[in-house]
Structure formats: structure tokens, C-alpha cells
Design a protein around this ligand. Structure first.
Ligand SMILES: *[C@@H]1O[C@H](CO)[C@@H](O)[C@H](O)[C@H]1NC(C)=O
Ligand SMILES: *[C@@H]1O[C@H](CO)[C@@H](O)[C@H](O)[C@H]1NC(C)=O
Length: 194
């Protein structure tokens, strides 16, 4: 219950975490091996995200900018523009390898993303990189078992705001291969962005 509540809060404050409920437990998925954070840093555009996501309605021009912190964690800067008001919101957090999932695997791509939220404290979500070529796409997955269901989110991040079709085809093929292509998603509007 607590986790569910936290996920809702994360969504509410605009970190782009979107949950789709599903039956049974989380599907088992492989993630990218020998993950290299130094190649992953930089700006990513949200191309597509899972729905429903009530709190994200009205978000466009969604980006994530990753960079190295001094302590070997990754700085996360998420931005979006509200449809309704046209105002930009920014949230800054950090990401690091999930030691429970990763053990001593230094190339582990099962991360935790954490955002400090006033009053609430730090809230966390998992961030698993299913596949990325670092230069055009990243397929990001998060799934949490919740009672007899699971809550999942899926993101397609791209290096270009309007990636060429072959990049999108590649991402579709990956989602198919991982058995998560049935996750309902919605394209993120990247038109007329600052
Ligand atoms: C991304 O973050 C880095 C490090 O903080 C910064 O130098 C760069 O300007 C940022 N890029 C954008 C597009 O915000
Ligand atoms: C990592 O842990 C495994 C067992 O969990 C062990 O076999 C392996 O030697 C360890 N590798 C390093 C570099 O510590």
C-alpha cells in the first residue's frame, strides 16, 4: 500500500512515472548487460509512455537529462511543459544501481531513481533499462508486485525529439521480444517545444 501511494505521489509531482495495472506478478524480463552510465548520460526525449496516467495529463515536451554526480550516482533532471498553463516543471533526483538486484555486477542496468519531495521525504521507483544503444533509443521498464496484481510502467526514450521510423521499429521489436508490447502506451507530444 505504501509503495502504491508513493508511486501516485511520484506521478503527481511530475516525474513521468506512469503505472499500468496488470494481473499476476511482474513478468520476468532481462535487462541490458554491461550497462555503461557514461554513455547513457545526456538528454533523452520521452517518445512514448505507458497509460493510464491521470496525473500526467497535460504534459508535453517531456525530457530527462542524466549526468554524472561526484558520488558515482546519476543526476536526473526531468522536465515537462503543462498543456494547460504552458509552464515548465522541473524535478531533480538521482539514480543508482539497485544493490539488492545487482550484487557486485558493476554493469548492472537495474537502477533505482529517487526524488526528494518536500515534506514526504525521498521517494523511489525502479528503473530497469531493458535495451539501449545509447545513441538513439532506450526502453525503460519498472514493475512492482502489488497484492495479486502488478503495477508497471514503460517508457521509450529517444535521443531525437522526432526519431526516424527505424528507431521506433527497433523499439517496437524489443517490446515484442520482451513480451511487454501489450502495455498500453501514449505518444508524448514533442511539438513546439522550447
Ligand atoms: C544536462 O545536464 C548537464 C549537466 O548538468 C548540463 O551541462 C546540460 O546543459 C544539460 N542539458 C540540457 C539540455 O539541459
Ligand atoms: C561476484 O559475486 C559472485 C557470487 O555472487 C562471485 O562468484 C564473483 O566472484 C563476484 N565477483 C567479484 C568481482 O567480486
Amino acid at each position: 500500500m505504501k509503495m502504491f501511494y508513493l508511486i501516485l505521489i511520484i506521478s503527481f509531482i511530475g516525474s513521468n512515472l506512469a503505472q499500468t495495472p496488470g494481473f499476476g506478478s511482474c513478468p520476468s524480463v532481462k535487462t541490458v548487460s554491461s550497462f555503461d552510465p557514461s554513455k547513457y548520460v545526456g538528454l533523452w526525449y520521452e517518445n512514448r509512455r505507458s497509460i493510464p496516467n491521470f496525473f500526467e495529463l497535460g504534459g508535453k515536451c517531456v525530457t530527462a537529462n542524466y549526468s554524472a554526480n561526484n558520488d558515482r550516482t546519476i543526476k536526473v533532471v526531468n522536465r515537462k511543459i503543462s498543456w494547460l498553463t504552458g509552464t515548465e516543471s522541473v524535478i531533480v533526483g538521482s539514480a543508482y544501481a539497485d544493490s539488492l538486484q545487482c550484487g557486485n555486477d558493476t554493469g548492472c542496468s537495474k537502477l533505482i531513481v529517487e526524488f526528494p519531495i518536500p515534506i514526504v521525504g525521498n521517494v523511489q521507483g525502479t528503473y530497469w533499462i531493458l535495451d539501449t544503444d545509447y545513441t538513439s533509443y532506450s526502453v525503460v521498464w519498472s514493475c512492482t508486485d502489488f497484492l495479486f496484481h502488478h503495477l508497471k510502467y514503460l517508457w521509450l526514450l529517444t535521443r531525437e525529439p522526432k526519431p526516424i521510423q527505424s528507431v521506433l521499429d527497433k523499439a517496437d521489436a524489443i517490446m515484442e521480444q520482451y513480451g511487454i508490447a501489450d502495455t498500453p502506451t501514449m505518444a508524448t507530444n514533442q511539438d513546439d517545444c522550447p
